[in-house]
Design a protein around this ligand. Structure first.
Ligand SMILES: *[C@@H]1O[C@H](CO)[C@@H](O)[C@H](O)[C@H]1NC(C)=O
Ligand SMILES: *[C@@H]1O[C@H](CO)[C@@H](O)[C@H](O)[C@H]1NC(C)=O
Ligand SMILES: *[C@@H]1O[C@H](CO)[C@@H](O)[C@H](O)[C@H]1NC(C)=O
Ligand SMILES: CC(=O)N[C@H]1CO[C@H](CO)[C@@H](O)[C@@H]1O
Length: 250
């Protein structure tokens, strides 16, 4: 009798332990397969956002509207922040330059291949489809780690985002999804500071660093744009088709 009771007690305990282990395993499996959202990401943010970040293309002499262009592909442009900060005049005053960002999103651009036979120009791409009001600072806060500049966020949304998406939230959520699916190499600084590498080796080093850790990505799905006579990195672009699968860049 007593023996039986001990046995069923042990069985119950073993059962409960197994159940607990299974629950913990399921919990970790689910957690691991969840894409981190940008709000989970932490990055430095200014104590207070600027208030004058709205963008109005009609007041800018170098801006134009193009509503009659067909979207052929999307281009996600990633800027290498250290170069931007080194080579742009306003660099030192910008928040991103005071806080050591690395790859940041410059923009996601709905682009056109342009008329056949004609030299492609910026004029062929959809641009400034709607003049919109300033997005909320909640939206700025949520997506700031992708693109750490209030005015850049607003300008990219209006110049490019309005030609495909309904709201800034839709635009930045799309950027977040693409960015989260991309592995970013950790050795970019090391390649760029290696003085024994030629210009060509630096450029192919950046290409290979992306291709090695993103098995779905092909070489012609990306572009590497160098600066400073080819010695430094300006931008890496990744191209997507209309289903947001990788595709050839232009
Ligand atoms: C940025 O990096 C430089 C050089 O590594 C360092 O001196 C500086 O403290 C860093 N700044 C911040 C805000 O982390
Ligand atoms: C620079 O690149 C060369 C060639 O790839 C490599 O052998 C060397 O270890 C690198 N140096 C540093 C400091 O990373
Ligand atoms: C492209 O995207 C569509 C829709 O998201 C998906 O169903 C399809 O499997 C993708 N194709 C490739 C080749 O990855
Ligand atoms: C109104 C407008 O945006 N027109 C443009 C249509 O597209 C061509 C080039 O593809 C431009 O030259 C026009 O200005």
């Amino acid at each position: 009798m007593a023996n039986n009771r001990v046995r069923s007690l042990i069985a119950a305990i073993v059962f409960l332990i197994l159940l607990a282990l299974i629950i913990v395993a399921i919990f970790y499996f689910v957690r691991r397969n969840q894409q981190p959202t940008i709000s989970d990401k932490s990055c430095p943010r200014p104590k207070q956002f600027a208030t004058d970040y709205d963008f109005d293309y009609t007041t800018r002499s170098n801006e134009f509207q193009n509503l009659n262009s067909t979207i052929s592909y999307f281009r996600l442009s990633l800027s290498w922040s250290p170069s931007f900060c080194t080579y742009s005049k306003q660099g030192p005053n910008l928040f991103q330059c005071q806080n050591n960002f690395t790859y940041i999103v410059h923009g996601l651009w709905p682009n056109a291949y342009g008329p056949p036979g004609e030299k492609r120009s910026m004029r062929h791409h959809p641009r400034n489809c709607r003049n919109e009001q300033a997005m909320s600072t909640d939206t700025i806060h949520k997506y700031f780690c992708l693109m750490p500049s209030e005015s850049l966020m607003q300008a990219e949304w209006e110049k490019h985002g309005t030609c495909y998406w309904d709201s800034p939230e839709d635009y930045f959520e799309q950027i977040n999804a693409l960015y989260s699916n991309l592995q970013l190499p950790k050795n970019t600084e090391e390649i760029l500071s290696n003085t024994t590498l030629t210009k060509a080796q630096r450029r192919s080093g950046i290409f290979n660093s992306f291709l090695d850790i993103n098995p779905q990505l092909a070489r012609d799905n990306m572009q590497v744009i160098m600066i400073h006579k080819g010695k430094d990195l300006k931008e890496v672009a990744i191209c997507y088709d209309l289903n947001f699968n990788y595709t050839k860049c232009g």
